[in-house]
Design a protein around this ligand. Structure first.
Ligand code: UDX
Ligand code: UDX
Length: 450
């Protein structure tokens, strides 16, 4: 099928590459020309493992452009995957969604097109996008038939390719049966797992079919919010229990294991620690609350999950005060900047919040990340002076080390040797990633969060 994808961020690019890989003819569109040129040259503007390999494997069916007139006419399915960043009141900023809808409306020429919202958009956006497209069609004198659908993504950064090729489920929502049929045809190779698995991202043994949830537009839109809010709440829940566990002398790892083996609960997303960051959880929980408010409803559970999450960042400061008593004028090393390992994404990264809080208390901060420093320099130029080329350099003369992202390389550091580099051997492992026994054996004071 002929497919267009508008927006080549994490979601759009992954979607486009995967659909081309499973056999569709895909035009990826981005208004940023330098991004398009880079992609044409096979360069990927983001760090996502395996994306480059998959792009290479699919390149015969993949096209990149910055022009709507190249991508839109004849496309049977058009994905909108543009950014929807949060506004200060928690509502997402829909200006890019608006401009994508208006621009594509001018070029629709297939006899029937399905326009799919892939970006996480507020409930009701499907109708809004439909209205914008109709207006723009009218202005251009076009009358082709189209429907708007929602097909939320559930991909985790760092495993986006695996999550796209072998998803737990595919959710499609539309109010016209014809649109659902088109999307079913589009996803057929993934649903039936008929594509040859790439060698670098093999299929799990026995994985042969993907459940399809086919529903109305509003339900599909809400599924995405509900799923993310639930995952965020699960993490905050274990963190809140963790705070109590710390006080009564219980072990949160054992508690999480004991809870998670109950198949109704499940063991995933029960890792206690610094809490969640990233582009989705904070934004989606805020948007869900804001939407509920428009309908006179409260989202008490989701609000509580947010409070617990952001409080974990202040707990880092509290723990450092416990150890050092006075932190003003101390050297503190922060290891890990990305919101989680295997990505260079810094959106809502707890480490950045922590660095700012430390600096505002007069701490001298040095920081390191194996992958995200380049992006950090661009996105947070005011903080660039904290960066050090190596973890060792960041730790030199430090009074405490805060491990904020569980990168493998931090686990593999020579902690015995690093004991000679620091001023005091304090490490706050906020992600439960270091081997406590071996560190303690070489004299480190290791503490954890919560
Ligand atoms: C529950 C726990 O499941 C069990 O592990 C514990 O040891 C004792 O309490 P029980 O009360 O027998 O067991 O029933 P359960 O089937 O778990 O349901 C509890 C209540 O929750 C019921 O009223 C049920 O209708 C309700 N429920 C359950 C829901 O409202 N929604 C659900 O999704 C599940
Ligand atoms: C998330 C959702 O998982 C995905 O389905 C959705 O489409 C986008 O948002 P992502 O933000 O890429 O994906 O990362 P995820 O792996 O879900 O982690 C989110 C945050 O939660 C990270 O900061 C991670 O460190 C934290 N986390 C995760 C925990 O603190 N504990 C856990 O047990 C799991």
């Amino acid at each position: 099928m002929k497919v267009a994808v508008i927006g080549t961020g994490y979601v759009g690019l992954t979607t486009g590459v995967c659909l081309a890989f499973v056999g569709h003819e895909v035009h990826c569109l981005d208004v940023n020309e330098s991004k398009v040129n880079a992609l044409r040259a096979g360069q990927i503007p983001i760090f996502e493992p395996q994306l480059e390999d998959l792009l290479d494997a699919a390149k015969g069916r993949l096209h990149f452009t910055s022009k709507y007139e190249d991508a839109i006419p004849d496309a049977e399915v058009i994905f909108i995957a543009v950014g929807t960043p949060s506004l200060p009141d928690g509502q997402p900023d829909l200006q890019y969604l608006r401009s994508a809808s208006e621009s594509l409306g001018k070029y629709l020429s297939a006899s029937f097109t399905v326009v799919v919202n892939k970006s996480t958009v507020p409930i009701g956006s499907g109708n809004w996008v439909g209205a914008l497209i109709r207006e723009s069609q009218k202005a251009a004198g076009l009358h082709t038939d189209f429907a708007v659908a929602s097909n939320p993504e559930f991909l985790r950064e760092g495993s986006a390719i695996f999550d796209s090729l072998y998803p737990d489920r595919i959710v499609i929502g539309a109010d016209q049966g014809k649109a659902l049929e088109t999307l079913y045809r589009l996803y057929r190779p993934v649903i039936d797992q008929t594509f040859p698995a790439p060698a670098f991202c093999p299929r799990r043994e026995g994985f042969s079919a993907v459940p399809l949830v086919s529903t109305d537009l509003a339900s599909a839109e809400l599924i995405k919010y509900a799923a993310n809010a639930f995952l965020a709440t699960k993490i905050s829940f274990i963190n809140e229990i963790g705070l109590l566990a710390g006080r009564v002398g219980a072990d949160i790892q054992h508690i999480a294991r004991g809870m998670g083996l109950d198949s109704r609960i499940g063991n995933r997303f029960l890792s206690a620690g610094l809490g969640w960051g990233g582009s989705c959880f904070a934004k989606d929980t805020a948007a869900l609350s804001a939407t509920a408010k428009e309908y006179g409803l409260g989202m008490g559970i989701v609000e509580a999950a947010r409070q617990v999450n952001f409080a974990m960042r202040e707990k880092v400061i509290e723990r450092l005060l416990d150890i050092l008593k006075i932190i003003k004028g101390r050297n503190i090393a922060v290891l890990g900047l990305a919101f989680k390992p295997n990505t260079d994404d810094l959106r809502d990264a707890p480490a950045i919040d922590i660095i700012r809080r430390l600096q505002s208390r007069g701490v001298i901060v040095h920081a390191h990340d194996p992958i995200a420093m380049e992006r950090f320099r661009i996105e947070h130029p005011d903080l660039a002076s904290v960066l050090c080329d190596t973890a060792e350099e960041a730790m030199r003369e430090s009074d405490a080390v805060v491990l904020a992202t569980e990168w493998n390389e931090y686990r593999e550091l020579d902690w015995a040797m690093l004991g000679d580099v620091v001023r005091q051997k304090n490490v706050l492992d906020t992600r439960w990633t270091l081997d406590a026994d071996s560190l303690r054996r070489v004299g480190w004071n290791l503490i954890r969060l919560p």
